[in-house]
Design a protein. Structure first.
Length: 728
């Protein structure tokens, strides 16, 4: 019997774009001619719930019980919510843009407690357009309804997570198991009704559930439970980010009342072998798979086959997902978070794993980090073009751990050579390879933003983390991106082992100066968490911390409890760090003393007030590095010959007039140098497959002319450098 696989992402992840795991696996199955369908159950539940029929049913199902004034207000205004919900959802799907004008008048949407902060936020949206402000107001409106659902209908509800508490660090399966054997919630009912429709239409014989986060776990088990009850003959497997990190030491047999298999790490080969099992059921091989044998959990990895290379896994396939029905929301005023939740992004990967793979807080012992394998630039751009044709969307989020600079350069060149228009962003390391010229090239290819880990903004701690960067280096790289017109978001961390109060305050001062200098546009503070698969978790004694529990649970094991030898309560810094950052992101309060952000006494910073400013004063010359690749992004100039005379002497001169997208400019050289330059610009054009090095260009110049250095640093060449002559 031929296998038909049904791949799902359970509620809830993002509202604006599909989580890519099922699309990746479906793309791989296409290369094997294996029939498959996929569904994002999260967006389908949201759209069914947040509709005229959905809200009518929701409000009518409300049980009589004491509720807050806020929920009473929403209940009293239920007809206004029912009346407006379809129009608001259509607006957030991009289908009803003119509704923004009504929403922004602020007498169209019913308002509850989420709108209480609106006056405080009004200044933050002062420079935003009508569409963005309306999206934010519509988001508050949806969050009001969500608050009502949480209080009155299902306490576990959340737009981007569902029953996350049950999945986070669940060493014991007891609470989740007990919840699964209690009465299904209202949201469970909506989910299972959708699942029923899917199974009647698709009729699969293998059910694959991707669980990326703790907030997907409960719904994944509910889905599996429903299938076991109604289609017991169908085999069910779980994979994804959650099992990859949390379930590596699984020994809980009750899990297999719901699932037949749980696979770890890259899913292509494990899934292919499960399909072989479904079809043959003889000579069974497994790859990184948990299953139940003789009432005990066993881990089988008996296949000698190697995992597929990234060039062999195919292009992600988003077919079957409701791409035109995802909704864009704007929850908070953070430029990078706005990109996460607003707009449709095709997700792709430049390289599997991390090329650095040393950061001590990261899960570098796991395959998804430690096995580094880049994809060829031409294949990446082939996949870009395939996805643009398939989805009709030209926005791409490269979901790399850290995109490699050299590969980013080649991808950018390939995009420009193919003359395709894309908008893309990714995660990076702030390393010195990101020169001014490389950033300009990335911008020209459509890169609009990067995010990277500044982490603790302390050189001592960055060295302990083995980040491979310094704060001064980060400042220069963020300057290069910013001046190229690429937005920069920094991941910030506090509470790293042995971090002192002084270092926390000094980190804040570094961040303040980076924003004041204008080289950071977005950031977010995270508190350090120790995980089982990171160097800190594996060797805590090296980092001055002690694990407070050595017990390995039978279910999920990742987050670890620990004591830091400093004894500092890092929680106390959370509010002040985040409040100050919120203001810095909006260009204000740079002159506030750092003490003003905290309600307890803090030490004065030891960082000089001009530390970042001094780091940014270095001159960025057009460097004479012989191996640098030289590329010209501009077009052919117009040429005018003329004669220049002075004191009876005459020279043949050449004026070259260039036109870029914003302006025109003219440079003048003598005729011989001008003719050489015209020929060389042809050779180093972006559209030539072979790029010349500076050494090769110098040799070519000196075959005809003299003193290459004098020419290369002349005023005409400096002008060209400012308009698209790049050294990479």
């Amino acid at each position: 019997m031929k296998t038909k696989a049904f791949l799902v992402t359970p509620p809830f992840t993002q509202l604006n774009t599909p989580y890519p795991a099922t699309a990746y696996i479906k793309g791989f199955l296409n290369t094997k001619s294996i029939d498959s369908e996929q569904a994002d159950l999260g967006i389908e539940v949201i759209l069914k719930l947040f509709s005229k029929d959905g809200l009518t049913a929701l409000f009518s199902s409300f049980p009589e019980k004491p509720i807050s004034d806020n929920s009473n207000r929403i209940l009293a205004l239920q007809h206004e919510y029912i009346k407006t919900i379809d129009a608001v959802i259509a607006f957030l799907q991009g289908k009803n843009p003119t509704l923004a004008l009504q929403i922004c008048q602020e007498d169209f949407l019913p308002e509850a407690s989420r709108f209480a902060t609106l006056e405080e936020l009004d200044w933050a949206f002062g420079n935003m357009g009508t569409q963005d402000k309306a999206k934010h107001l519509a988001t508050l409106y949806l969050e009001d309804i969500s608050d009502f659902i949480v209080e009155c209908v299902d306490e576990n509800f959340g737009f981007s997570r569902y029953a996350e508490r049950l999945g986070r660090s669940a060493n014991s399966f007891d609470e989740l198991y007990e919840t699964l054997h209690s009465k299904p919630t209202y949201i469970d009912g909506v989910l299972c009704s959708i699942l029923k429709e899917k199974f009647e239409t698709i009729e699969p014989n293998l059910f694959l559930i991707s669980v990326p986060f703790p907030g997907n776990l409960y719904a994944a088990f509910r889905c599996a439970q429903w299938v076991k009850q109604h289609h017991p003959q169908i085999k069910i497997a779980m994979g994804g980010g959650f099992p990859n990190t949390e379930l590596r030491s699984l020994s809980e047999a009750r899990v297999f009342e719901f699932f037949d298999f749980i696979t770890l790490d890259d899913g292509e080969l494990p899934v292919e072998l499960l399909i072989d099992y479904c079809e043959l059921k003889t000579n069974v091989e497994y790859k990184r798979t948990f299953l139940l044998e003789n009432a005990k959990v066993v881990y089988k990895n008996n296949s000698i086959r190697s995992d597929y290379k990234q060039s062999e896994v195919g292009t992600p396939d988003y077919s079957g997902l409701p791409l035109d029905r995802y909704i864009s929301v704007i929850e908070i005023v953070n430029p990078m978070h706005k990109m996460w939740s607003d707009g449709r992004w095709n997700k792709l990967t430049m390289a599997h794993g991390c090329y650095w793979g040393k950061c001590t807080f990261c899960d570098i012992s796991l395959d998804y980090i430690k096995i580094y394998e880049p994809v060829a630039a031409k294949l990446i751009v082939d996949r870009i073009e395939e996805l643009m044709a398939q989805t009709g969307e030209s926005g791409f989020h490269f979901v790399d751990e850290a995109a490699p600079p050299a590969l980013m350069r080649e991808v950018a060149l390939e995009i420009l050579r193919r003359k395709i228009v894309v908008t893309w962003w990714t995660n990076i390391r702030f390393e010195k390879s990101f020169t001014r010229d490389l950033c300009l090239l990335l911008k020209a290819s459509g890169c609009i933003a990067v995010s990277g880990g500044l982490e603790v903004a302390s050189d001592r701690l960055l060295k302990l983390i083995d980040k491979g960067v310094t704060v001064e280096q980060v400042a220069k790289v963020t300057r290069n991106f910013t001046e190229a017109g690429i937005m920069v978001h920094a991941y910030l961390m506090y509470g790293y082992p042995t971090q002192t109060v002084q270092e926390t305050i000094d980190s804040l001062e570094m961040v303040r100066q980076l924003f004041e200098a204008g080289v950071l546009q977005s950031g977010f503070w995270h508190q350090f968490a120790m995980t089982a698969h990171s160097p800190v978790g594996l060797y805590p004694e090296k980092f001055g911390v002690t694990k407070t529990s050595e017990t390995i649970g039978s279910f999920a094991n990742n987050d670890l409890f620990y004591e830091d030898q400093t004894g500092i309560d890092h929680d106390q810094f959370s509010f002040g760090l985040k409040k100050s950052l919120f203001n810095f992101m909006h260009g204000i309060c740079f002159d506030f003393p750092l003490q003003d952000w905290f309600e307890f006494k803090i030490p004065k910073t030891r960082i000089p007030y001009d530390f970042i400013g001094n780091a940014l004063v270095d001159e960025q010359d057009f460097q004479l590095k012989p191996t640098s690749k030289i590329v010209w992004l501009g077009g052919k100039p117009g040429v005018e010959l003329f004669t220049k005379t002075k004191k009876g002497n005459a020279w043949d001169m050449m004026a070259l007039t260039f036109h870029d997208k914003k302006e025109s400019f003219t440079i003048q050289t003598n005729k011989t140098e001008g003719e050489w330059l015209m020929a060389m610009l042809e050779k180093i054009s972006i559209f030539n497959l072979k790029l010349l090095t500076l050494q090769e260009i110098k040799k070519d110049f000196e075959n005809e002319l003299e003193d290459f250095e004098l020419f290369w640093f002349s005023k005409p060449m400096t002008t060209l450098h400012n308009f698209g002559l790049l050294s990479l």
